[in-house]
Ligand binder design. Structure first.
Ligand SMILES: Cc1cc2nc3c(=O)[nH]c(=O)nc-3n(C[C@H](O)[C@H](O)[C@H](O)COP(=O)(O)O)c2cc1C
Length: 160
């Protein structure tokens, strides 16, 4: 199995996640080629069995470079893909101290739904998606982030 992993990391967190995923996959005999989308051509992607697209967020959406890239992606219908986003970890409400529910977060964070909408609209098939949190706007990754990457890699490998 061969995976092409395309990320749009600005501050390096998503790039670290990509390298961790590559390392984990290598341990399972799966080759992962990691690229920043700068310098990649969405209409002429290297062949692979599966593509991972990873984006940081900006204003509730995937960063615009990734949105534009995905809109131009040209892959055969039925191609399998997985999505990973790096997003700020949800914080407790300043007044009540309560953590926001997933539903509340989804009201302002639309990264994954926008990325899926574009790719599913092209006839691609989703096999996994996850969020990895950063604790500040520019990082670092939250404690224990490697566990999420492991679960993400396992979800990809366990997909039919
Ligand atoms: C100006 C600014 C606005 C941001 N807005 C969002 C946002 O709306 N949603 C989100 O998930 N992340 C937002 N972020 C945080 C990014 O998700 C974070 O910088 C990124 O995950 C870090 O990954 P990277 O190091 O790979 O770039 C914002 C960051 C900056 C600097």
């Amino acid at each position: 199995m061969k995976i092409e992993y395309l990320h749009a990391s600005v501050y390096g967190n998503g790039a670290m996640v990509a390298e961790e995923c590559k390392k984990l996959m290598a341990g399972k005999g799966v080759e992962v080629d990691v690229h920043h989308i700068d310098g990649m051509r969405p209409d002429s992607m290297p062949p692979a069995d599966l593509y991972v697209f990873s984006s940081p967020g900006r204003f509730g959406k995937p960063i615009k470079e990734m949105r534009r890239f995905l809109e131009k992606v040209n892959l055969p219908k039925g191609t399998r893909y997985a999505i990973l986003t790096t997003e700020p970890s949800p914080k407790p409400d300043k007044k009540t101290g309560k953590m926001p529910t997933d539903e509340e977060v989804d009201r302002y964070q639309h990264l994954i739904s926008i990325m899926n909408e574009i790719l599913l609209g092209k006839g691609l098939v989703k096999v996994a998606q996850t969020k990895v949190y950063v604790t500040g706007l520019k990082g670092p990754l939250e404690v224990g982030w490697q566990e999420k990457v492991k679960a993400f890699a396992n979800a990809i490998l366990g997909s039919p």
